[in-house]
Design a protein around this ligand. Structure first.
Ligand code: BGC
Length: 469
């Protein structure tokens, strides 16, 4: 059956629009993937790194945490980069840094240089964790913008899983650590180069082009993204309205009462997202399982698999149940499982040799960690980022999200750096009890301070929060 000529044209246009949009999503999503590859790298490479560089526990922690130090600096500067150089160039920069730092690491340089490379990988992660969601929200059509936010978190968990699998495979296939470690880094390099080269062909964000007064270039980009002139006109109007509303936003916005209130909420949500212990588990689960005598493939891969799988239902639940309910449910799961993990370690603490730990204790520990990760992945993982992208008034959104991202990385770094050393000094069980305590405080915090943002406009939220007290 043949279509009328006008419909034929529409279909052709919407096809072309789809290709550009999906290309944008694909390349930008690589930024999320690289975040995950670097975040998940340590879990199954730590022993190899320690072997090659003769590191003790504290040295391993220091290397791991370098990523967070770079992340803090990258996140702090990314707002300036994105504004001055543009979103596209910032993505290219992130891709370039990822490629160079991972490639250089593969040559097994001195420890100082290796740490510097990890810092720069973190820098790239910090930049892309700010620029990728921003770029996606500015270049994709409104209808798919919401899903783009969750795509980023999903890509992080896919990256964590992917690198866990390749690291396990490499470590088992190439037994010599000095052969295995370069190959592990080269997996990151491969995806980093794809992102770097891919980003050359990305269109610049029309919003940024308009911000810089390059309206005709912006229109050219919009033509590649949207199917019809109507959509382009609407988008241009919307961009112009936003730009005039956000003109002259200075640091002073940070001192406004309402802004401080939402900033307080965002900052503490990020602190709790980390202090419930997630990165101690993401980074060190294989080591922790090792303390209990577990070394099989399940111990190595259970965490990243469960983490990825249960991010998927979160995408729907966040709209169905709302943010607060998910935060409660997740925190309760994490509280109970961290208490249980503490009890298991208290029980096996008296056993001198991990090889004689009973199968029962191993199974209980495995189950608690799996349920814990389920609890995080379905709630605090995506929800905290979503809430942080929703609560700030338009005028202070960039500053607000930069600050909350920095806080996230700072506390992530504390966990990466000190989790294993803490266990060495105070014993295994107390760390899990500390995490359980923070789960409890997090529940109280959510009940007292966090507003429900599901289906609430920025204006409604603002009047609700300013009305209180
Ligand atoms: C957190 C990261 C964490 C990741 C695990 C993110 O939401 O911010 O610190 O490693 O989830 O999936």
């Amino acid at each position: 059956m043949s279509l009328p000529a006008s419909e034929n044209i529409d279909m052709a246009e919407s096809r072309c629009y789809n290709i550009t949009v999906y290309y944008i999503c694909l390349v930008a999503a690589l930024g999320g993937l690289l975040f995950g590859l670097d975040q998940g790298f340590i879990a199954n490479s730590l022993d190899t790194i320690r072997d090659v560089y003769h590191l003790d526990i504290a040295g391993g922690g220091k290397y791991s945490a370098m990523l967070a130090t770079g992340g803090v600096i990258g996140a702090a500067l990314s707002g300036v980069f994105a504004r001055v150089f543009g979103r596209k160039k910032s993505l290219m920069l992130a891709g370039f840094i990822f490629s160079l730092a991972s490639l250089f690491s593969a040559f097994l340089p001195s420890l100082v240089m290796l740490n510097a490379c990890r810092f720069f990988l973190g820098f790239g992660v910090g930049v892309s964790s700010f620029v990728v969601p921003l770029y996606l929200s500015e270049t994709t059509p409104a209808a798919i913008r919401g899903s783009m936010g969750t795509l980023f978190q999903l890509m992080i968990t896919i990256g964590i899983l992917l690198i866990s699998i390749t690291n396990v495979f490499i470590a088992r296939t190439f037994i010599t650590p000095t052969v295995a470690l370069p190959l592990m880094f080269l997996v990151i390099t491969l995806f980093a180069i794809l992102m770097f080269i891919g980003s050359f062909m990305l269109p610049e964000s029309p919003r940024w082009l308009m911000l810089k007064g390059k309206k005709s270039e912006a229109l050219n980009t919009l033509k590649r993204i949207f199917g019809s002139q109507d959509e382009i006109d609407t988008e241009v109007k919307e961009i112009e309205a936003t730009l005039s509303a956000t003109k002259k936003v200075g640091i002073s916005v940070v001192f406004k009462g309402y802004f401080l209130k939402v900033l307080f909420i965002g900052v503490f949500l990020q602190i709790f997202q980390q202090l419930v212990g997630i990165n101690a588990i993401i980074y060190y689960a294989p080591t922790i399982f090792g303390y209990a005598g577990m070394q099989g493939i399940v111990a190595l891969l259970a965490v990243p698999v469960v983490n990825m799988i249960f991010t998927l239902p979160a995408i729907r639940l966040v709209e169905k149940w709302g943010r607060k309910k998910l935060l409660y449910v997740g925190a309760v799961f994490m509280l109970i499982t961290m208490l249980a993990a503490g009890l298991v370690f208290q029980h096996i603490g008296n056993v001198a040799d991990a090889a004689v730990v009973s199968d029962g204790s191993k199974m209980v520990l495995l189950a608690t960690v799996i349920i814990y990760i389920f609890g995080f992945a379905v709630s605090w993982g995506p929800v905290v980022w979503i809430v942080c992208s929703e609560i700030f008034p338009l005028k202070g959104r960039e500053i607000g999200m930069t600050i909350t991202t920095i806080v996230n990385w700072t506390f992530a770094g504390i966990l990466m750096r000190y989790a294993l050393s803490f266990m060495e000094v105070f014993g295994k069980a107390p760390l899990f009890y500390v995490f359980a305590l923070f789960c409890m405080i997090a529940i109280i915090f959510v009940a007292l301070f966090v507003p429900e943002t599901k289906g609430v406009t920025l204006e409604q939220l603002e009047s609700r929060l300013t009305a209180k007290k």
